[in-house]
Design a protein around this ligand. Structure first.
Ligand code: HEC
Length: 218
């Protein structure tokens, strides 16, 4: 290779590397800018925002689940809908979670899917919600700070309104049809989610919001 050609290759490589260094610099600058903004956020505003955002995310996930459930029941009947929930309930909540970069769960003390069992913190909150309901008190959503405030845990009680929910979560003798019950036992051999009555606590939404995601969206 002629020395001239080598020079051009070298020069070109230098140009490329300079270009990318410049954009890295800009990125770093933006990061620094963002982190100084973080310091200006006040804790009360952060909690207030997490509460509003949690309300929005849980409503969005709930809507997505209920709309899909109604459609599937109309198309395939209740037993068919159990199959569908088995395959799709978790992916539906996951989709909402990924969209907002948070973690979304529905947990219950008497859960159907073992993946929806609560952790210790969630268990305490569920017990508090159940206690309040039993005392006739209305449950408000709640925010708990976890990991030294790095995570804001939003929770919201899910109460059984009655109606269609009882066709799959009500009394196995009278409210749940044989074919539905058979499908539930097939898909969920450790099911604990029957025997509910209207007005009882079915579970809760549990949404773990990373502090930095809340700040990014404020
Ligand atoms: C067609 C039957 C069916 C109907 C109707 C139904 N569910 Fe479920 N439900 C299921 C199945 C199946 C699961 C387990 C989903 C999974 O695998 O994640 C479930 C899970 C849940 C969970 C998550 C906790 C757990 O037990 O695993 C909650 C909360 C819940 N249902 C509430 C309701 C409410 C409230 C209604 C009424 C609006 C309702 N369900 C109607 C079948 C049904």
């Amino acid at each position: 290779m002629k020395p001239q050609v080598i020079f051009y290759i070298f020069f070109f490589a230098l140009l490329i590397s300079c270009g990318s260094e410049k954009s890295v610099d800009r990125e770093t600058f933006r990061e620094i800018q963002k982190s100084t903004e973080i310091k200006k956020v006040n804790e009360a505003e952060l909690v207030e925002f997490a509460m509003k955002w949690g309300d929005q995310i849980s409503a969005e996930a709930q809507k997505s689940l209920v709309e899909t459930l109604q459609k599937v029941i109309a198309d395939r009947g209740l037993a068919g809908a159990v199959d569908f929930c088995h395959a799709e309930a978790l992916p539906i909540t996951k989709e909402v979670a990924e969209k907002h970069r948070v973690a979304v769960k529905r947990v219950s003390l008497k859960n159907r899917n073992p993946a929806n069992a609560p952790n210790d913190m969630e268990k305490n909150l569920l017990e508090a919600y159940a206690y309040n309901l039993a005392q006739g008190m209305e449950n408000q959503p709640n925010i708990q700070k976890l990991d030294n405030g790095e995570v804001l845990l939003y929770t919201k009680a899910i109460v059984i309104p009655g109606g269609i929910c009882l066709s799959c979560h009500g009394d196995p003798g009278s409210e749940i049809e044989e074919s539905t019950l058979a499908k539930i036992s097939e898909k969920y051999p450790h099911d604990k989610a029957t025997g509910y009555k209207a007005g009882e606590l079915r579970g809760m939404w549990s949404i773990a919001i990373p502090r930095k995601e809340a700040i990014r969206n404020m």
